[in-house]
Design a binder for this molecule. Structure first.
Ligand SMILES: [Zn+2]
Ligand SMILES: [Zn+2]
Length: 398
């Protein structure tokens, strides 16, 4: 029997480290792995936890320019030489010693995940250290050095996949992946994000639908600041599900940046861990529906490193393991004690945010009707209007 879920993790991934004042603190990965361990996810039946080597240059070159890789290597040896060219040595992407190896290891983890799913070694694969969606062919951007997602998708295309769907629910626009496959009709990229009017990278408009020979292959839902669970899940269900069903991918690759959360310090949504878990669950089910469960799930952004990231990605990993954890489950005390020791505060008590007073997680499906007075509905409608006809779908009824 193939592995149920192949999970990429060892402590070497914490070397992806931009320094003590940078928001992308590697402790978020360490705390996620510790929470997975504390809840028995890594020991669950059918789960295989694997490390990753540093990706060779030939693999990076399937997506990235040679000159850029050479620049990352130079900055990696002597960080003081990076002065903003290729996006390196900037406030968002400061150079650090070992940056090339740390970044290329993340790539290898995602490619290995894609390979395992494609070759049938594992039904699902999770790399919560990956999902670095802002990296471009020729430059670092938005805390991302190499685009592990794009290298993974390119690997699938180069090994026989004819169609790959990429769904990005990070609060930021998945611009790097979109740009890299802009002209490629074999890759459907769907990004559900906070509008570029309010947030980095300032792109991702509904009318951005792909290059001349790939119209409709890029999809953007640009949602208003302040968005909460009901609107976020409504947008995902109203846009992602019909398009992916219609596209019929061979593999589903998803990016689960959890910076949509209300407590995230960098963005302006008000989503809960419960809704993030529900989105992961829905995308998992979608993979079974459309591509026999060939699902590669990745991490991404997420800067509330104690209360949010560990729970959301532990849920994601547990869902892939077919051992989902209820949101009412208490967070293990030994994990909380560790957090208290490191951060001087105890961390969350339960695996979800919503309490019985909040009522159950709720969202309204598109078939229930469209409200032109709602800013969320207008954003969804703009996307459906721009791309649904290109896929032969009806903007009102599909
Ligand atoms: Zn499954
Ligand atoms: Zn993000």
């Amino acid at each position: 029997m193939p592995t149920q879920a192949r999970v990429v993790w060892d402590t070497s991934f914490t070397r992806y480290n931009f320094g003590p004042t940078h928001p992308m603190a590697p402790v978020r990965l360490d705390l996620t792995a510790r929470l997975c361990e504390a809840l028995g996810v890594f020991d669950a039946d059918g789960v295989e936890v694997v490390g990753a080597e540093v990706a060779p240059d030939e693999l990076l070159a399937t997506v990235h320019d040679d000159a850029y890789v050479a620049a990352v290597k130079a900055a990696s040896l002597d960080p003081s030489t990076a002065e903003g060219t290729y996006g390196l040595g900037t406030e968002d992407d400061p150079a650090f010693e070992g940056m090339h190896d740390a970044s290329a290891r993340v790539v290898s983890g995602t490619v290995d995940s894609a390979r395992a799913v494609w070759e049938g070694d594992a039904e699902h694969a999770v790399n919560f250290t990956g999902g670095l969606h802002h990296a471009m062919r020729d430059k670092a951007s938005g805390f991302c050095v190499y685009n592990d997602i794009a290298v993974g998708i390119q690997w699938l295309l180069d090994h026989g996949a004819e169609r790959v769907a990429y769904v990005d629910v990070d609060v930021h626009h998945g611009d790097g992946v979109e740009r890299i496959f802009w002209d490629d009709p074999r890759v459907l990229t769907i990004s559900v994000h906070e509008t570029g009017r309010a947030l980095f990278p300032g792109t991702g408009w509904p009318t951005d639908t792909g290059g001349a020979d790939a119209e409709g292959s890029a999809v953007n839902v640009a949602l208003p600041p302040g968005l909460s669970d009901a609107g976020w899940l409504r947008a995902i269900h109203a846009v992602v599900m019909p398009l992916v069903r219609s596209f019929r991918p061979d593999v589903l690759v998803t990016q689960h940046g959890c910076d949509t959360h209300a407590e995230d310090p960098l963005a302006h949504f008000a989503v809960t861990v419960d809704a993030q878990r529900a989105a992961a669950d829905a995308l998992h089910r979608l993979s079974h529906e459309v591509c026999e469960g060939r699902w590669v799930a990745l991490g991404g952004g997420g800067y509330e490193v104690v209360d949010v990231v560990p729970r959301t990605w532990t849920h994601l990993t547990a869902i892939a393991a077919h051992a989902p954890i209820k949101t009412s489950v208490p967070v293990p005390e030994d994990w909380r004690a560790h957090v208290e020791q490191v951060f001087g505060r105890p961390g969350p008590r339960r695996m979800g945010d919503l309490t019985t007073e909040d009522g159950p997680l709720w969202w309204r499906s598109w078939e229930m009707g469209y409200d032109p007075a709602s800013e969320v509905d207008r954003a969804i409608m703009a996307t459906r209007t721009a791309v649904f006809p290109l896929h032969g779908l009806d903007i009102h009824f599909d």
